[in-house]
Unconditional design. Structure first.
Lengths: 998, 472
């Protein structure tokens, strides 16, 4: 690799060889694939992954003989002139360079000192080193950076200009460019604390949380669809908003991690803590017909292990799924021990085709929570109103009871339809993800048989739902497709002739657990024969428009062999207490002395009295209460849900899976962590919560390092450890190990204070350097690993769009909420997908939200994001990637998003900057690039404007050009002039500098 | 290689020119160098310079097209013997079936070409080029559902995340073409049951994003965002790009960041694409005889036939990897009707592509691959009648053909048991197919690797052998 050579040239070997820096990478990359922890599987005796093994006597030969390179078999083999004997064998495609062989030789000659891999040792806080220029140092970061530059004989670059600095730090901390007002205020602020003040302002901005969250969403493989083939919609934005909020309120990072890993298991877990665990439900979920659910249930757990190990540990644990890790000291068994922590979720191997898959929680937003609280307060008041009239009510009820005729109580709340006697059909309602109930009285003089209530297409196996007697046994179902998309259950009990009150309740969960049937107030024992309902009716083929039928359904001649009466449908899931009360014959109950009544009897009488016979004021109070409960129910229906982690009461056994295959379980394993890392903290439980406590324990050598390194990457484009995803033996040696360790220990020392860490980095002199450099330096250090200049890095994909929207004034700065669908070329979804999921573009503000709110469909990701190297959201990605392609150029020049933004910028140029062309051009340039153009730049802009004025004056194309986008142009401006300014604004938006932080 | 693109590195590494000088050259309209491929590649003299991969998405039935089993007629309706099924897992769609009635193909087969290749009556045009193609009857795969199976064919692994084969090829070999992407994809709609596809099937996985396949669409913009905004002429764009380059050059002189030189050249390439792509996709200058060869559909943009013709035009321009996806082969029920419609759309254009390449002397250095992601079961899914049956997914054996650069034409390779259920001879798995494609391109599949998350990944994972028997 050319980079390696360039960097190696820049960083010559120190006199003494260091095992971790110089030797381990060579052994790991060139030898351990065969001579590593998995060697036994290949029947290879020599292992080079531990000191003892490498120095062991293997029948008179030793690979490494301390101090004696010529006696070391390792050297004999790697430097062997005979190709047949030389290691590594040619067929592996690996070979050692002369320099590598010389280094190995030197290392053995110097005593072959072995070290534990650096990242598995706890970081020790290094003292900042002495440097050549103490005045340059703004904080300890700079001591480490400058010490390295001193060693390399390099000098840091001077500080960047104020405008550059403000744009850099604003983009880094908020993902947006500074506004003109902010630039002007900053330039006017001559105090030495001006920069620090700006940093504090940015850290306090809500845009800060959005910016930080964007990268976290990549790591957490967040998306709005399930992925795989069918790729139906899911709802996880409440988790996304939790992340934004956590950054904005500067939640301690260890808590941030703990809650995402095991918030549900914390004592008295709050809604927010449960929502946080959505992190581990963001993985893809397969919903395809015909899959083998057990196979994918394993994939989900594997995904969690891989994601958690990458994000929190910087380890490639996933490599030990099928065999022992080839490079790092992790056994396959250890992989499955970690697997065991995440294997205990009560989830489906085949997920719901549309919507969220269990486990889920309703996750009302703050606003919704406030609305609910207001309703609850009113409800409490209404209840109190009735409670105060208890005596009066009792008196009235007694009088009423004495004259009571036969009848039953039916809840008024949520009553959707009450069938009149003899009425057998009514307009249908409710999909299978709605809550609903129905109730009826069935009477038969024979063994009851036939449909009681249904809403389904003709035919026994048709689409819809229904309740039947089948030779005395109750049968309930909700069906999309009889074979594989349905819930079905039977009662264990059988029933004979007679009359019964029957209630069917359903909570919309699309699980058999959410469907209950009560006979005379008693829940039947459910024998579930199918529990796989994946689609709402509206997404499953032909339109579903069947009526409710009483005593009929499921086939032409199907009818109940008795009578069905008193049928009613409710738009909610009735409760057990209600079902019990509904079964009560009120006249009989009324005849019992009050003390002898069962609770259901008392309840039925009281509810019936309040609903129908109490004094007007009380009835009004009761009506109000019912209305409030209904309001609460209606409100709850609007609550988004979010998929969360939960634990099965009885842990699911975990096994080593032989070669990683779901159907080849081997040895049973208990939860546990890799032996090379510190043990689970004392007193921590042996479950996911214990694992989470282990991850955040300061004894863990990895979490703080991996985290600060990822943040560093955000600022400098490359991590101090370039392989941000891999801190193992195959990872890259840190460019500044001591700096990394200092930052990691500082992060922990300050209570995992995330904002403080950002403040520290952006306040350093290293960060504040100019990014312009001499060609020699760029040639010597193309990736800026030595930090002899400031960062110059292309913006993140969403930031490119956000910045264009912001500078044009189009950006709609609303925090959080459901994902939106901005402009996208027509037909992109239709071309690839199979079902009725079309891209319905947002209107108005939804077109102009920040990119992290753009709806992310995994199989057809937003094209602009793909063009600009966004993480794919299929699996965890933490490494930032940037390429430079013609498709990006086309995107920026021609995508309606950017054409419309250019027009808006042009309007600002014409309206906000007076009449002079130069002033207007300068204004537009500043809006986008954050600085005034230089004289030569101004000249190019002026020429370009003149050319475009002429073009639009003569071509007659201005109106067409200005029509791009949903918004209307400002009709008060001359279209030809506006089109010319818009062209120049587009030109500025396309500048390298516009899409680059410099 | 992430932060600085290969090209800017190339500029750096070749040194010679100062950045500004290079930028001037580029700004003046000189062709930017196309991605040159990795040093040392190809590993040996290639037989094929490019690949056209005709992916039949949904899984065509081998039993009704290639794998002739005349003796099955006698067993019509009989339950599939357990000795054949051997407890092999079934999809959740037929796992509940209690009977597995043997469903012989209702289509007639005949031998064609010098090698006597068996083909069904559904492929009369393919029959005419039978001498050019090698039919592999012994393909098998590990996946049993569409998405993992397509992902496996495209990336060598069932779960999404690895680079697609076209990305590997363009990463390794670069492009021979200045103004078109190295890896181009087309998707066309069949008339049968269609399964979903995903952009990631031609994604670059952990390779840099520039190696991802670029989808050409039958829309006003064949490539996303290709057209200038309404009312903005090519002449205006030229002026715009000159001004843009001037400003970017000023910046380059100031900061010396080679990434700016790269950006200037990428804008130039974008401009070239703006003129080359419409010309490429404009078929109006093709002679009648060509449309006759590819069939009437070839006049209809977006069809498989039109895409086959475009594939030839791309091949002529040096595009490295061209992949067509044709949807609609998933005949769980109503197979006879469904497969007939699919073949009506695909047989003639596929054969025409072979013939057309041959006529132009390009078949020798163009590798053509035709096939789906798995096969279909011999037993009927759902009811078997005299004229109708369905077939479920079947990974254990299926057929695929290859032709052109490096492949021995007229060959039938491998065989299956009497039920086309298990491979009996010369098994070819997906990794072997990949290794063979790479071999034809002059690439040793074990030596084209990319280090990611500590591991040297390759298209063929840890497996794959070149199928020597297929080679010319």
């Amino acid at each position: 690799m050319l980079f390696g050579i360039l960097l190696a040239a820049a960083v010559p070997l120190a006199a003494a060889v260091e095992f971790n820096r110089d030797i381990r990478p060579v052994l790991s990359d060139k030898c351990l694939a065969c001579h590593g922890a998995d060697a036994a599987a290949k029947k290879i005796r020599l292992r080079l992954d531990s000191e003892a093994a490498a120095k062991a006597d293997l029948g008179g030969k030793r690979a490494v003989v301390e101090g004696r390179p010529e006696e070391s078999e390792l050297i004999r083999r790697v430097a062997n002139a005979n190709k047949a004997l030389r290691m590594p064998p040619a067929h592996t495609g690996h070979s050692l360079s002369d320099a590598e062989i010389a280094t190995l030789r030197q290392w053995i000659a110097e005593g072959a000192r072995w070290e534990k891999h650096w990242s598995f040792l706890a970081p020790e806080r290094p003292a900042p080193p002495a440097v050549s220029d103490a005045a340059w140092v703004r904080n300890p970061i700079d001591s480490f950076v400058l010490a390295r530059l001193d060693k390399e004989g390099l000098k840091p670059r001077p500080e960047a200009s104020k405008e550059t600095m403000l744009r850099r730090v604003t983009l880094d901390l908020t993902g947006l460019p500074p506004s003109l007002a902010e630039i002007d205020a900053f330039l006017a602020d001559r105090s030495p604390k001006a920069y620090e003040r700006a940093v504090e302002r940015l850290l306090g901005s809500q845009r800060y949380g959005e910016r930080m969250a964007a990268r976290w969403l990549d790591a957490a493989r967040y998306a709005d669809t399930n992925g795989y083939q069918f790729d139906g919609e899911r709802v996880m934005w409440r988790w996304r908003d939790w992340v934004i909020d956590a950054f904005n309120r500067n939640q301690r990072f260890d808590r941030f991690v703990l809650e995402q890993l095991a918030g549900d298991m914390l004592p008295g877990a709050t809604l927010d803590q449960k929502i946080a665990t959505g992190f581990n439900r963001n993985h893809r979920a397969n919903t395809e017909d015909g899959i083998i659910p057990e196979e994918y249930a394993v994939e989900y757990v594997v995904d969690r292990v891989e994601t958690v190990s990458t994000v929190f540990l910087g380890l490639t644990l996933g490599c030990a799924r099928c065999h022992n890790h080839k490079y790092d000291p992790f056994t396959q068994k250890e992989f499955y021990q970690v697997f065991a922590y995440f294997n205990n979720v009560p989830e489906l191997g085949r997920a719901m085709k549309y919507g969220n898959s269990p486990p889920v929680v309703p996750a009302p937003t703050r606003e919704q929570q406030a609305l609910a609280a207001a309703v609850d307060a009113k409800t409490a008041a209404a209840e109190e109103f009735l409670a105060k009239r208890e005596k009066e009510i009792r008196r009235g009820q007694r009088t009423w009871e004495s004259k009571l005729e036969a009848g039953r109580w039916t809840p008024v709340e949520g009553l959707h339809k009450a069938f009149a006697a003899g009425e057998t059909e009514a307009r249908g309602a409710f999909d299978n993800d709605d809550r609903f109930s129905f109730s009826l009285t069935a009477s038969s003089s024979r063994v009851p048989d036939g449909p009681l209530f249904s809403r389904m297409a003709n035919g026994e196996k048709g689409k819809g739902y229904g309740l039947y007697f089948r030779q005395g046994r109750l049968h309930a179902h909700i069906t999309n497709s009889f074979a594989d998309d349905a819930l079905r259950l039977d009662s264990e009990e059988t029933f004979g002739a007679g009359e019964r009150r029957i209630v069917f309740t359903y909570d919309g969960s699309r699980t058999a657990a959410g469907l209950n049937v009560y006979v005379d107030g008693k829940p039947v024992s459910k024998k579930v024969t199918q529990d796989t309902l994946y689609r709402p009716f509206r997404n499953a083929g032909a339109k579903f428009d069947e009526p409710f039928r009483v005593g009929l359904g499921g086939g032409k001649d199907q009818r109940f062999n008795g009578t069905v009466s008193g049928a009613a449908v409710h738009s909610r899931a009735l409760s057990l207490e209600e079902a019990q009360a509904m079964a009560i014959a009120v006249d009989a109950a009324a005849r019992k002395p009050e003390a002898e009544r069962r609770p259901a009897e008392s309840n039925a009488l009281r509810r019936l009295y309040l609903d129908t016979a109490a004094l007007p004021a009380v009835r009004e109070g009761q009506r109000k209460l019912t209305a409030l409960r209904q309001e609460r129910e209606t409100l709850e229906r609007t609550f988004p849900t979010v998929m969360v982690m939960a634990e099965r009461p009885v842990p699911k056994p975990a096994h080593v899976l032989i070669r990683g295959a779901y159907d080849k379980p081997g040895e049973a394993v208990q939860p546990g962590v890799p032996a090379i890392l510190p043990p689970i903290p004392e007193g921590a439980p042996s479950n996911r919560l214990g694992f989470a406590r282990w991850v955040i324990d300061p004894a863990n050598p990895l979490l703080a390092r991996v985290t600060v390194n990822r943040f560093w990457q955000m600022y400098f484009g490359t991590g101090l450890v370039k392989t941000v995803e891999d801190f193992g033996a195959q990872g890259e040696w840190p460019s500044h190990l001591e700096l990394l360790d200092w930052l990691a220990t500082e992060f922990v020392r300050t209570g995992w204070d995330v904002k403080n860490l950002q403040r520290l980095i952006v306040s350093s002199a290293a960060y504040r350097q100019s990014s312009a450099a001499a060609p020699e330096l760029i040639r010597r250090d193309p990736e800026n690993r030595l930090l002899a200049r400031g960062p110059r890095v292309r913006l993140a994909p969403e930031s490119i769009r956000d910045a264009a929207l912001a500078s044009s004034g189009l950006l709609h700065e609303r925090l959080g909420g459901p994902s939106v669908k901005p402009y996208q070329p027509a037909g992109l979804w239709k071309e690839l997908i199979m079902q009725d999921m079309d891209y319905v573009q947002s209107t108005g503000p939804g077109l102009y939200r920040r990119g992290l709110y753009t709806f992310w469909k995994r199989t057809v990701a937003p094209p602009m994001m793909l063009n600009f190297d966004a993480a794919n959201r299929e699996a965890c990605v933490v490494r930032e990637s940037r390429t430079n392609t013609p498709l990006q150029a086309l995107n920026l020049m021609n995508d309606v998003t950017f054409v419309e933004a250019a027009r808006f910028t042009a309007e600002r140029m014409m309206k906000e900057a007076g009449a002079s062309r130069d002033a207007r051009l300068r204004h537009g340039f500043r809006l986008i690039v954050g600085r005034a153009p230089g004289a030569k730049e101004q000249e190019v802009l002026r020429d370009s404007l003149a050319w475009h004025l002429d073009y639009f004056a003569t071509s007659g194309q201005a109106e067409r050009f200005l029509a791009a986008g949903d918004s209307k142009r400002d009709a008060s401006l001359d279209p030809r002039e506006l089109a010319a300014y818009a062209s120049v604004a587009s030109l500025i938006l396309n500048l390298d500098e516009a899409v680059t932080k410099e | 290689m992430t932060d600085i693109s290969r090209r800017s590195l190339f500029n750096l590494a070749t040194g010679g020119l100062g950045f500004t000088a290079a930028a001037h050259l580029l700004g003046a309209g000189a062709n930017p160098p196309a991605h040159v491929g990795l040093p040392g590649l190809p590993h040996f003299a290639p037989k094929a310079k490019r690949v056209i991969y005709l992916f039949q998405h949904g899984a065509p039935s081998q039993l009704d097209l290639f794998d002739h089993k005349p003796d099955l007629a006698k067993l019509r309706g009989a339950d599939l013997p357990a000795s054949i099924r051997m407890g092999q897992r079934l999809t959740g769609m037929t796992a509940y079936q209690t009977k597995f009635p043997t469903a012989p193909s209702i289509f007639r087969f005949a031998r064609h070409g010098p090698g006597g290749t068996w083909l069904s009556e559904l492929l009369p045009h393919t029959a005419k080029v039978a001498g050019e193609i090698a039919v592999i009857r012994s393909m098998h795969t590990e996946a049993i559902n569409h998405d993992p199976a397509v992902t496996f064919f495209q990336t060598g692994f069932q779960l999404a995340g690895r680079p697609s084969i076209g990305s590997w090829v363009s990463y390794g070999l670069g492009s021979d073409c200045q103004d078109l992407p190295a890896f181009v994809v087309f998707v066309s709609q069949g008339k049968g049951n269609s399964q979903a596809l995903a952009d990631r099937q031609w994604g670059s996985g952990f390779l840099p994003g520039k190696f991802q396949g670029v989808k050409f669409r039958a829309a006003a913009d064949p490539v996303l965002y290709l057209s200038n905004p309404e009312g903005y002429s090519a002449q205006a764009r030229r002026r715009y790009l000159d001004d843009l380059a001037k400003l970017n050059e000023l910046k380059l002189a100031d900061t010396q960041d080679p990434e700016i030189a790269t950006r200037i050249s990428q804008y130039e390439m974008a401009f070239q694409m703006q003129s080359s792509v419409p010309g490429l996709t404009d078929l109006s200058k093709e002679p009648e005889s060509v449309f006759d060869m590819y069939g009437p559909d070839s006049r209809v943009p977006g069809t498989y036939a039109a895409n086959c013709l475009l594939a030839r035009r791309l091949a002529e321009r040096g595009v490295r990897f061209i992949q067509l996806f044709h949807r609609g082969w998933d005949q769980h029920s109503g197979l006879p009707r469904g497969i007939r419609l699919q073949c009506e759309q695909t047989d003639q254009p596929s054969a025409a592509l072979i013939q057309d390449l041959k006529n132009r002397g390009m078949l020798d250095d163009t590798l053509v691959v035709w096939g789906g992601e798995f096969g279909r079961t011999v037993y009927s899914q759902g009811e078997l009648t005299a004229t109708d049956y369905g077939r479920d997914h079947h990974p254990r054996c299926f057929s695929l053909w290859m032709a052109g650069g490096g492949i021995r034409g007229g060959l039938t390779y491998g065989s299956t048991d009497d039920f086309s259920y298990n491979v009996t001879e010369d098994a070819v798995d997906v990794h072997d197919l990949h290794a063979t494609i790479m071999h034809c391109l002059g690439v040793d599949h074990t030596r084209l690797t990319f280090k990611f998350q500590g591991r040297h990944y390759r298209l063929t994972d840890v497996k794959g052998s070149v199928v020597k028997g297929l080679l010319a």
